[in-house]
Design a protein around this ligand. Structure first.
Ligand code: SF4
Length: 368
C-alpha cells in the first residue's frame, strides 16, 4: 500500500539521477483542460524559499493560498484501513510491514458491508472524502470485485472516494476508475537520492509508473511524502521538486511527519524541528498553488497552535477521525473544536471527475 503515512516501493535509488524523474508525457492534458504547463522548479529556487525568514515565507504562502482557495475552508477526509498488516514491503517507517515486530494485529480484506458502514459513520461526522487503504504490494485480481463494490457503494453516499493499495497496472487503474474512484494515493515518500535508505523492495520509478497509470485512467492523484525520516533538507527539496514538476502536479499533496512506531527501524530518530515541518507545508503551497496540501500523519502530536500555523502556511486538508490507518489521529470532536476556534469550515464534497487543474475549475476557485 501507499498510505498517507506511507507509500510503498523503493529501489536503490541513490543510483538514480537527482534531476526530476518524471512519468512519461501525460496523455491527459487535453482531457483535463489544463492550458499552461506548471512552472518547472529548480532545486536552487526551492532552497531559496527554505532560506527565507519565516514571516516572509508564511506571508508569501498565505498570499498564494488566497489566490486559489477560500482560506477558511479545509477539506476533510476519513481514512479506513480495509486490510491491515502483513505487507511484504520493507518501508522502514511502516508498522504494517511484515518485517518489523510492532505488535500490530493483522486483518484480512474487510467485507464490503463493513466498509460501507464505516463510510456512513464518516459521512455523519462531516467527512467529504473516504479513503480506503490496504497493506499490499499491489492488489490481486481476486480482490478487484470487492474493491469495485466498495468504491461504488461509497460513491453512492455522495462521498468522494480514494484508495491506496500499492502499485497499480494500467489495467487495474482503469478498472478502479471505471468503478468511480476519484483519487488514488501513492506517495513518493522522499527524494530520489534518499529513497534507497528507506525502502528497498520497489523503486522510485515503480512509484512514478503507478502515478502515470493513475493519470492514464483519468483519476486524480494524491501523492506526497514523509519528513523527519533522517533525511536532510536537500531531500525535502528534492521531494517537493519531484511533486511540483510532474506534468500535472498531484491534486492532493499529503505532507506527513514521521510517526515513530516502536519496532520499526526509524523508531528512535530525533524529532524534526517543527518550524522545518511548517516550512515544508508553506513551500508545498507555493510550488503547487492549486493542490490541496494535506496536513497528514503526525498531527496527533502537534499542538493546536502548530496546526493553526500549518493552516496559515497553506494546509487545507486533514484526516478526521480516530485512526490514521494504524496510528493514532486526533478524535473528530477535537478537530471540530479546533475548527470552531479558528473559524474554519469543512469544504464541500466534489465527487466528480474533473481535475483541479481543469481550467474552468481553476477560474471558479480563483473567484472565491
Ligand atoms: S510496508 Fe506495505 S503497507 Fe507499509 S507503507 Fe510500505 S507498502 Fe504500504
Amino acid at each position: 500500500m501507499n498510505s498517507p503515512t506511507v507509500s510503498a516501493a523503493q529501489q536503490g535509488s541513490r543510483n538514480q539521477s537527482s534531476e526530476n524523474q518524471q512519468p512519461a508525457a501525460n496523455g491527459n492534458s487535453a482531457h483535463n483542460g489544463q492550458t499552461t504547463p506548471p512552472k518547472q522548479w529548480q532545486r536552487s529556487e526551492i532552497a531559496a524559499l527554505f532560506a527565507l525568514p519565516m514571516n516572509d515565507l508564511l506571508f508569501r504562502a498565505q498570499s498564494v493560498h488566497r489566490e486559489h482557495f477560500n482560506p477558511n475552508e479545509v477539506q476533510v477526509s476519513t481514512l479506513l484501513s480495509i486490510k491491515t498488516g502483513a505487507c511484504p514491503e520493507d518501508c522502514k517507517y511502516c508498522p504494517q510491514s511484515a518485517r518489523y515486530d510492532t505488535g500490530l494485529e493483522k486483518e484480512q480484506l474487510m467485507e464490503v458491508q463493513k466498509v460501507l458502514e464505516q463510510a456512513e459513520r464518516a459521512l455523519q461526522t462531516g467527512a467529504t472524502r473516504f479513503c480506503m487503504g490496504a497493506a499490499w504490494r499491489d492488489p490481486k485480481e481476486r480482490d478487484m470485485p470487492k474493491l469495485k463494490a466498495m468504491i461504488e457503494g461509497v460513491r453512492e453516499m455522495g462521498l468522494e472516494t480514494c484508495m491506496t493499495l500499492g502499485m497499480l497496472s494500467n489495467e487495474q487503474a482503469a478498472a478502479l476508475a471505471e468503478a468511480g474512484l476519484d483519487y488514488y494515493n501513492h506517495n513518493l515518500d522522499t527524494s530520489p537520492e534518499f529513497y534507497g535508505e528507506i525502502i528497498t523492495t520497489r523503486t522510485y520509478q515503480d512509484r512514478l509508473n503507478t502515478l502515470q497509470s493513475v493519470r492514464n485512467a483519468g483519476m486524480k492523484v494524491c501523492s506526497g511524502g514523509i519528513v523527519g525520516m533522517g533525511e536532510e533538507q536537500k531531500d525535502r527539496i528534492g521531494l517537493l521538486q519531484q511533486l511540483a514538476n510532474m506534468p500535472l502536479p498531484p491534486e492532493s499533496v499529503p505532507i506527513n511527519q514521521l510517526v515513530k512506531v516502536s519496532g520499526t527501524p526509524l523508531d528512535s530518530l530525533e524529532d524534526l524541528d517543527p518550524f522545518e515541518f511548517i516550512r515544508c507545508i508553506a513551500i508545498a503551497r507555493i510550488l503547487m498553488p492549486k493542490s490541496h496540501v494535506r496536513l497528514s500523519a503526525g498531527r496527533e502530536t502537534m499542538s493546536d497552535e502548530m496546526q493553526a500555523l500549518c493552516f496559515f502556511a497553506g494546509a487545507n486538508s486533514i484526516f478526521y477521525g480516530e485512526k490514521l490507518l494504524t496510528t493514532a489521529n486526533p478524535v473528530a470532536d477535537a478537530d471540530q473544536r479546533l475548527f470552531a476556534r479558528l473559524g474554519i469550515r469543512p469544504e464541500a464534497a466534489k465527487p466528480k471527475k474533473e481535475l483541479f487543474y481543469d481550467a474552468a475549475a481553476n477560474d471558479s476557485q480563483s473567484a472565491r
